[in-house]
Design a protein around this ligand. Structure first.
Ligand SMILES: Cc1cc2nc3c(=O)[nH]c(=O)nc-3n(C[C@H](O)[C@H](O)[C@H](O)COP(=O)(O)OP(=O)(O)OC[C@H]3O[C@@H](n4cnc5c(N)ncnc54)[C@H](O)[C@@H]3O)c2cc1C
Length: 248
């Protein structure tokens, strides 16, 4: 099976997030970037399918040269080759349009995205990409088993699970459940060495345009300081809840 795994290059979950002085972009100074955690589930399932069915696993990112260490990590985990679309995307539609061009040039039978990227949290790319390609989409996808040109794919729904019979090719939005955390693969020294020489092709962008542009980013208001009230002073507690917190 020829599989394309879409990798989003995102700030590490422990990174302290700051914005540029005009508040229009993330200030990437000093921020450590990683593979989007949902994409790791997708990459692992792709590698499992490759072990069962053969074929290839290609990792792709739309981003400038700064995303290459993240793509090399995907190669170290086991992807056979990688593509970087040399564009600085500013919204999910632009990303989906560039990814669609990669898909149409590669005769892929399956595209696996994450259900959402943990930076801009749009959850838009898998569905937008499937719409452009005219393919079925299953997101958030928690199970996928192909057989005879079709597949059984499961989606998490409110309070339950939906099992779908889908035609291939298709787009998935991976989530924990597609594989378990214990199945995730950590690059070993052999993988890291092999990744240095695996092909990483830089593709010129199609010039796809974005549908939106950020006006400003802001952080949630900080939490106010904890106030300690004497356990026996109920009057003070009621006064604060009434006059300051305004909850009673
Ligand atoms: C240096 C840099 C700066 C950026 N600045 C901005 C910005 O200011 N505003 C903004 O909206 N976006 C920006 N992006 C793009 C951003 O990282 C996302 O790619 C894009 O916005 C989609 O975000 P989303 O949250 O909607 O994705 P989602 O729809 O939540 O992503 C779901 C899945 O789609 C795939 N995917 C998402 N993005 C990519 C990608 N770039 N390449 C390959 N697969 C992908 C992944 O599999 C991901 O798990 C920037 C990217 C880079 C590399």
């Amino acid at each position: 099976m020829k599989i394309l795994v879409c990798i989003s290059h995102v700030p590490d979950t422990t990174a302290k997030i700051q914005f540029t002085s005009d508040a229009r972009a993330l200030d990437a100074n000093g921020v450590q970037f990683v593979i989007n955690p949902y994409d790791e589930f997708g990459l692992t399932r792709a590698l499992q399918l490759n072990e069962q069915l053969g074929g290839t696993v290609t990792a792709v990112t739309v981003g400038d040269a700064s995303v290459e260490p993240t793509l090399r990590k995907a190669l170290a985990i086991g992807a056979h080759d990688a593509v970087r679309v040399d564009a600085l995307p500013s919204d999910p539609l632009q990303v989906a349009r560039e990814l669609a061009s990669v898909v149409s040039e590669g005769a892929y039978e399956l595209v696996i995205c994450g259900q959402e990227s943990i930076d801009y949290n749009g959850g838009i790319v898998p569905s937008a990409l499937a719409e452009i390609l005219g393919w079925p989409v299953v997101t958030p996808c928690i199970g996928f088993d192909p057989a005879g040109g079709r597949a059984k794919a499961s989606r998490e729904i409110d309070g339950g699970k939906e099992v779908l019979d889908i035609a291939l090719p298709a787009v998935l939005g991976a989530k924990k459940g597609l594989v378990e955390e214990s199945e995730l693969r950590i690059p070993n020294m052999r993988g890291i060495m092999a990744a240095r020489t695996k092909p990483l092709v830089v593709k010129a962008p199609t010039g796809a345009t974005a549908g939106s542009a950020p006006v400003s980013f802001s952080k949630p208001a900080g939490k106010s300081a904890v106030q300690m009230i004497d356990a026996h002073n109920l009057d003070a507690l009621v006064k604060k809840l009434h006059e300051e917190a305004k909850v009673i």
